[in-house]
Write a protein that binds this ligand. Structure first.
Ligand SMILES: Cc1ncc(COP(=O)(O)O)c(C=O)c1O
Length: 433
């Protein structure tokens, strides 16, 4: 079974326990023993011949790896070359922007280290993420503390470590930054409606533009560098016009502040760049073109410094969760759908199936055979642990317990969402190849 050279290499790589991480942030202390290993059966590894990796299919390197690797189940496998490719493609499509990778999407050491070597900057949400970046020798001038909700002692700790760029969206937060990170650059996050986003980040973050203007004036009064504005058009944003809509507000704020004697310099455009789930999405190049044109339209020849903070668009397509069918059953009565229970669910990383928002693509060993509608659920004793009930999912009728099911484009927002021990199940294991 392990006849091929790449296969043998893969197997020996996996003999290093610390390479399979079962907790997102941190080093060897977080790397737990893999669950009991079963040898992967070649014939049961799902393949996806029709859709090439760059359109959301099974990445070939991961497919080859899964043919021979002995992994705990479930396990996320991330192809770090795809991460690097996605980052470089965005850098090419948006050359005027500095890329701050949103660490929250996937903080695996291999990802942070590869992006650091490519020259990326990093958007962080906590001291845990800041320390992670610093451990990878990212200099503090390449780190922003982008969470608008920070403990003052964390602001002070970040400042002591050299971080000088902070987000805020309220006066109280601004005062904390002024006290504990004096003189730092600050940008104000503006509320967005996030129309068109599959995972909206509206309401909780940002303030109305009029308030943002007042707060930026207040920032200067407090001795801070009123540096710019930020927005996030919502995660998995496939409506390219949303960036233009946001830039209308941003440029209006630049004008208002100029009238009040403050020259803003930065527009932080957040994330929103998509992964390829069940429906196709515009290319990275299309995002680049739409944003570049919108910047010219709204700022003319007085272009601001631009930051983007992609998370999902960098790591989503680079990962595949290999899971296993635990049970296929029926309920009787009028709903004739089968229930397919996987060993991965809402509490093991697939939290973004909440309200069936993110609809992952699935591969099974029986693809191409007869299919029927299913309800897809996770393994825990919690009735919230249902992945898809309303979205129209169909799976092969031949599917049975023990079959492997690959869940595509799961590189973003999975390991970090996984519970530590709900129902006694270990957190989602992951490996970077
Ligand atoms: C401040 C901030 N920036 C960037 C991101 C990354 O967004 P995305 O994954 O859509 O690229 C997020 C996601 O929550 C965020 O909160």
């Amino acid at each position: 079974m392990f006849a091929s050279e790449p296969g043998r290499r893969a197997r020996s790589r996996l003999s290093t326990k610390s390479e399979i991480a079962t907790k997102p942030i941190g080093e060897a202390s977080h790397a737990a023993k893999p669950a009991p290993r079963r040898k992967a059966k070649l014939a049961l590894v799902p393949r996806d011949a029709e859709m090439p990796a760059e359109r959301g299919g099974m990445p070939p390197k991961i497919a080859r790896f899964l043919e021979t690797a002995e992994l705990p189940s479930p396990c996320l496998v991330v192809d770090v070359d795809i991460v690097a490719h996605n980052w470089s493609e965005l850098a090419r499509s948006l050359p005027q922007a500095r890329i701050f990778y949103a660490v929250k999407a996937n903080p695996a050491n291999e990802i942070v280290s590869r992006l650091a070597r490519l020259g990326s900057c990093f958007d962080t949400a906590s001291m845990g993420e800041i320390d992670l970046c610093l451990r990878h020798r990212v200099s503090p001038d390449r780190i922003s503390f982008g969470n608008t909700i920070k403990k003052e002692r964390d602001i002070a700790a970040a400042f002591a470590k050299g971080v000088r760029l902070y987000a805020f969206d309220s006066e109280a937060e601004l005062e904390k930054i002024a006290r504990s990170a004096p003189g730092s650059k600050v940008y104000c996050r503006v509320l967005m409606e996030c129309e068109g986003a599959e995972w909206p980040l509206s309401r909780k973050f940002g303030c109305e533009p009029e308030m943002a203007a007042d707060l930026l004036v207040r920032a200067r009064e407090l001795g801070l560098d009123a540096y710019g504005v930020s927005f996030h058009v919502g995660s998995q944003q496939t409506d390219l016009t949303q960036y233009d809509k946001a830039l209308v507000q941003a440029s209006a704020l630049f004008d208002t502040l100029a009238e009040r004697g403050i020259e803003l310099k930065l527009v932080n455009m957040g994330g929103g760049f998509p992964s390829r789930y069940r429906t196709d999405v515009p290319s990275t190049e299309a995002y680049g073109t739409a944003i570049r044109e919108a910047l010219v339209r709204r700022f003319g020849d007085r272009q601001p410094d631009v930051i983007v903070e992609p998370g999902r668009g960098i790591v989503g397509d680079a990962g595949v969760i290999q899971s296993e069918v635990v049970l296929v059953s029926e309920k009787g009565g009028s709903d004739q759908r089968r229930w397919v229970y996987l060993d991965v669910g809402k509490f093991h990383g697939l939290a973004e199936t909440m309200d069936e928002a993110i609809k992952y693509r699935l591969l099974t060993p029986h693809d191409g055979g007869e299919t029927a509608p299913v309800v897809l659920a996770g393994p825990t004793c919690d009735s919230a642990d249902i992945l898809y009930e309303k979205a129209d999912y169909r799976l092969p009728t031949a599917l049975k317990a023990g079959d492997k099911v690959c869940i595509l484009a799961t590189g973003a927002y999975t390991t970090t969402y996984s519970a530590v021990a709900f129902n006694g199940f270990p957190p989602l294991a992951s490996i970077c190849i």
